[in-house]
Ligand binder design. Structure first.
Ligand code: ZN
Ligand code: ZN
Length: 333
């Protein structure tokens, strides 16, 4: 499939999709109940394909690939290792699959790639000079470790009777609502944490590590400073406030741990063998990596629209962003 049907390249050969960044017709005024309902059940929509994919992966991870809850009451080395290896396996397979296809095999070359350049291999700002190596070290050394720590910490509380436990058999509706609203909560939490870490001193201390990736690839997704990882994976702590099931936090952490791979792919679409192309919906966050001060949210809540930091990829939107930044600089001086 040829990218020229979906976008064009500017003078610097950067790919600009024709499709503007947008939001589903849910959080709009005046309300559009029919359109909102249609979107919830359409493909792509609220459930399909991504939300259902991460929920199923989280359920499988908890019910088939986790030690039983009682093992977390006093976690042994074996329990900790099993959880770490499961999380590392998920990250290795998922991020690795995107990287292998798009950046090692280069199956579609730069077709649909926003920035025509490949990841840097001799830049001083990265460990060992390599953007990919730097990102992989941060992903496993800090990201997977902190994810595992948060998971084991919360399951320790559950296993020791500090939380009220529910069962999917006895409370199926509550269980369903909790697992399918993980996505919404994560969108809101990501926005709040992201706004916070764009403020100094947190930006200088932590978030600038993630922003070394001005031309992101899949492994940029979880390439963060440990302080940012701690804030990022803190999305799971909200489940301490509600009647609890371990699947809630495993799904939230799987969603947080894996969704950054397609979100930072650097390509608008992945072209499949049969010629079809899957839209990764990652242009909004790519623009955030390119320009820093726009699109802090990444999902279905139109928070950037509400707070005046939205960039939809158009020239008009770009001008508004430049005017806003100029205004901010004048206010500061
Ligand atoms: Zn990012
Ligand atoms: Zn940022």
């Amino acid at each position: 499939m040829d990218e020229t049907k979906f976008g064009h390249r500017d003078r610097r050969e950067h790919y600009i999709p024709n499709k503007r960044v947008g939001y589903p017709p849910v959080f709009v005024w005046p309300v559009q109940p029919i359109n909102a309902l249609k979107w919830v059940f359409s493909i792509p929509g609220y459930f399909m394909p991504w939300n259902v994919f991460y929920v199923i992966l989280g359920l499988v991870a908890w019910f088939w690939f986790s030690p039983a809850l009682e093992n977390f009451s006093s976690p042994s080395f074996e329990t900790v290792s099993l959880v770490f290896l499961r999380n590392a396996g998920l990250v290795g397979a998922y991020f690795g699959a995107f990287h292998l296809r798009l950046y090692i095999q280069r199956r579609q070359d730069i077709n649909f790639k926003f920035n025509p350049a490949w990841p840097q291999k001799d830049a001083n700002k990265f460990m060992f000079g390599s953007q990919t190596v730097d990102n992989i070290i941060l992903t496993f050394g800090s990201g997977v470790t902190i994810w595992t720590g948060v998971e084991i910490g919360i399951l320790y509380l559950a296993a020791n009777g500090f939380l009220i436990l529910v069962s999917p058999i006895d409370q199926p509706i509550y269980f369903f609502v909790m697992i399918f609203t993980v996505h919404l909560w994560r969108d809101l939490h990501f926005y709040l944490v992201h706004r916070l870490i764009h403020c100094d001193p947190l930006y200088r201390l932590a978030h600038n590590v993630h922003h070394k990736n001005t031309n992101p690839g899949p492994w940029s997704g979880l390439a963060m400073h440990p302080v940012e990882h701690l804030l990022y994976f803190s999305c799971a702590f909200i489940y301490l406030l509600f009647p609890f099931h371990p699947a809630f936090i495993v799904i939230a952490l799987v969603h947080a741990g894996l969704s950054p791979a397609p979100g930072h792919a650097g390509f608008e679409r992945v072209v499949l063998q049969d010629g079809r192309a899957v839209d990764l919906d990652c242009y909004a966050h790519y623009l955030h990596h390119k320009y820093f001060e726009c699109n802090y949210a990444d999902g279905i809540l139109p928070l950037d629209k509400w707070f005046g930091t939205f960039h939809d990829g158009s020239a008009d939107s770009h001008k508004k962003m430049l005017d806003r930044l100029k205004g901010n600089r004048i206010k500061k001086t």
